[in-house]
Write a protein that binds this ligand. Structure first.
Ligand code: SAM
Ligand code: SF4
Length: 369
């Protein structure tokens, strides 16, 4: 099917997704934004769910070439919260009225199976919060123990569906091949809601690859999808001169800009109409004034306000200049709720898990299947 701006439909295959990603015509893009917003309203409504983000530890044993927390990063003042501090963050999230928390960290063996299981049990005992874990690639024994303790969801971005690029930027641990798709499948089998996502504009990411990423969201029927721009960190190989060697030819390299990220968010919504899709902090970092709102207007329905104590936030330095590093949890809540209401949307109540909807929506369904 030819994909001219006039005739373009949303019944897309790989060529169609790629064409939308590369679209630059403002009128055509307006149709994409409207369709993503319509599908969001139809399938997940006007609620914006707030998840309190707890950045539990900046220790990490991995060498991901893109992330400032990687083990070889020097000059980073590492920290690991203890269980009492993490529980206090969860209580703060509950006090602020959030329905869930996301406990995120580097891949840190210091966050032991028992510590996290006890923490999950304590949060469940003392709050009504749903709990998402995002602690990297952990053993099935760890993941099962945390599920049994009461964890609800697990976030593990596959980062890119291009296996060659993935291996280059996400080196294996010695003797342990990294397969995030396999871990996501096992997590689903254990009963977790699963979340994934990608960075937009990683050096070496082609338009073809990003289009495949979006189709993988759909094929895996992901419950949650986080799409944010790649933001270079000078602490990392991909944030310095070495990044040039990774770049795809100019016509094929995806830029790490706001417009492309928003297109990917909108297409993720069309691919997965009832998934929970956050407006990411990375996008808010790229465009502090409008980034959060633009994603919410183009398919997103979740925001993750930070409830990490301010003393630790700047030390969780995935990339420099992260948005909302200095505001207290209460200030973040006030700011975000104001922005949500200004869009005519509501703050969601309760845990805000995925609610699978019937495919009443023909246009999205054509794309969906
Ligand atoms: N360690 C866990 C993991 O890797 O899944 C969770 C923490 S990790 C910091 C969370 C996410 O941050 C990664 O999945 C990656 O997509 C994102 N990230 C890392 N470095 C980034 C960068 N330079 N720019 C944008 N996002 C980045
Ligand atoms: Fe560690 Fe996650 Fe950063 Fe990779 S992305 S270095 S696993 S914190």
């Amino acid at each position: 099917m030819p994909f001219t701006s006039e005739s373009r439909t949303f019944c897309l295959d790989h060529a169609g997704v790629k064409a939308w990603l590369m679209e630059m015509d403002p009128e055509a893009l307006q149709r994409l934004w409207s369709e993503a917003d319509r599908v969001r309203q139809t399938h997940v409504g006007s609620d914006v769910h707030l998840r309190g983000l707890i950045e539990a530890s900046s220790h990490c044993i991995r060498h991901c070439l893109y992330c400032g927390l990687r083990a070889p990063s020097e000059g980073l003042e590492r920290y690991r919260m203890d269980a009492t501090e993490m529980l206090a963050c969860a209580h703060e999230a509950a006090r602020l009225g959030y329905g869930s928390v996301v406990i995120q960290a580097g891949e840190d063996p210091g966050l032991t199976r028992a510590l996290i299981a006890d923490l999950v049990r304590a949060i469940k005992r003392t709050t009504p919060l749903a709990i998402t874990l995002s602690l990297g690639e952990r053993s099935d024994e760890d993941l099962r123990a945390w599920k049994e303790a009461g964890a609800d969801r697990y976030l593990l971005r596959f980062e890119t569906s291009d296996p060659v690029l993935y291996r280059r930027i996400h080196p294996d641990l010695p003797g342990i091949p990294s397969d995030r798709f396999a871990q996501l499948t096992r997590l689903r089998g254990m009963g977790y809601e699963i979340g994934t996502g990608v960075m937009v504009g990683i050096p070496g990411q082609t338009w073809d690859a990003l289009a495949f990423d979006i189709l993988r969201f759909r094929d895996f029927d992901m419950d949650m999808i986080g799409v944010g721009p790649f933001l270079p960190s000078p602490r990392t190989p991909l944030g310095g001169p070495a990044a040039k060697a990774f770049l795809a030819p100019p016509a094929e390299q995806v830029p790490n800009d706001e417009l492309t990220t928003l297109k990917a968010v909108a297409l993720a919504r069309l691919a997965c109409p009832d998934a929970n899709i956050p407006s990411t902090t990375a996008l808010a970092t790229l465009d502090r004034e409008h980034g959060r709102e633009l994603a919410l207007l183009r398919g997103a329905n979740v925001v993750m306000p930070n409830v990490t104590p301010v003393a630790y936030r700047a030390r969780y330095e995935i990339y420099p200049g992260k948005a909302c590093v200095h505001e207290t949890a209460t200030a973040c809540q006030g700011c975000l709720e104001g922005r949500i209401h200004a869009l005519g949307r509501r703050v969601g109540k309760g845990p805000g898990g995925r609610v699978k909807t019937q495919c009443k929506d023909l246009t999205a369904c054509d794309f969906h299947h």
